[in-house]
Design a protein around this ligand. Sequence first.
Ligand SMILES: *Cc1c(COP(=O)(O)O)cnc(C)c1O
Length: 429
Amino acid sequence: MNFERSKKLWKEAQKYIPGGVNSPVRAFQSVGMDSLFICKGKGSKVYDVDGNEYIDYICSWGPLILGHSNEFIYKDMYEVLQNGTSYGLCTEQEIKLAKLIVQAYPSVDMIRMVNSGTEATMSALRLARGYTKRSKILKFEGCYHGHSDSLLVKSGSGALTFNEPTSSGVSEDAIKNTLVAPYNDIEALEKIFQIYGEELAVVIIEPVSGNMGVVPAKKEFLQKLRELTKHYETVLIFDEVITGFRLSFGGAQEVYGVQPDLTCFGKIIGGGLPVGAYGGKKEIMEMVSPLGTVYQAGTLSGNPLAMHLGYQVLSYLKGHPQVYKYIENMAKKLEEGILETIEEYQIDATVNRLKGMLSLFFTKNKVESFEEVRKCNIKIFSEYFKAMLKEGILLPPSQFEGLFLSYAHSEEDIQKTLEANKKAMLLLK
Ligand SMILES: *Cc1c(COP(=O)(O)O)cnc(C)c1O
């Protein structure tokens, strides 16, 4: 495999862009490589500027559940584009997307569009604080909710990979009201509520964490969380930026049967354009400006192109529920194949999977918490990553990310991936 052109661009990128990237996970630093430059995606594949083809398990970190450059969802894009890209005024496209999401999520009566997942969680927090007139927030270790100040404490993926669980530049004031609890630990949760329950404005959680690798919440844990937040009148936010429309059409809340007060969306709902959203109970959402006193705005929010693309993706998913069965089945095949090889070669590794979301962890322990995730062997992961890349399989370049599958991934892709996995694991033996 030749990476000449990527290498050249990588040098140039670093001159003009900090670290050469516009988002840290794109740096292949954690696997000891230069970053790849991609010029095209089609179906389950991406192509780099040197003409190398990869089966892609990044899928833009989640948005591309129907694969790259899907013709069906693109079909009216040019028509929308011809009328302009932004007006800063109301359009019909906004209603169509909002209505579709509201109908799919019983806990969501109203929804506000923003431009990223970060904006969604940041705004939802402000709203919850405005609604409860309290200031303390609770988050969980290993959960990532975007990069707003008060949430940059013990968050996964990028920050974890660089072993910097918090960021410099975040003032003590910004996080002094942020409490952090271990994920999936019911006892700790009860203790925190006993002490701080009355002061807690909000609890935010990834109901299935995708940012320390895939670590699903235990059902009893989410149920207990709902019970406690109800009792203490604390707003419960599900950050479904990854899981929304991915775990199932109705997200993790449908799968677990637990209803939050507010939900954050992103990734899939923009179909690959920059979109985020937060929504929930009418009573709470009516506090958002201009109806209420909680201010939140956006010049490009509800952008017509993004709304249109998001609507195309979601309406396709709505009309084709088999997408979820299909993706789950692919994920299951990957899980079974990888586990078989782990067993055969006696590798210290394990797989977590819930429906279509899965992760391979290089540790022999069961992974149910951030504590366990941190015990993974990152050096082995980076060797594995490189061996897979050589075979044309592009994994997320971090131990702390799940694999993203799409409807475009074929049976053949999975077979090829499993063959590559076998070769890669043989090298690790
Ligand atoms: C990606 C992600 C975010 C942040 O979304 P951006 O669009 O990157 O700002 C927030 N929460 C979760 C769970 C995410 O996976």
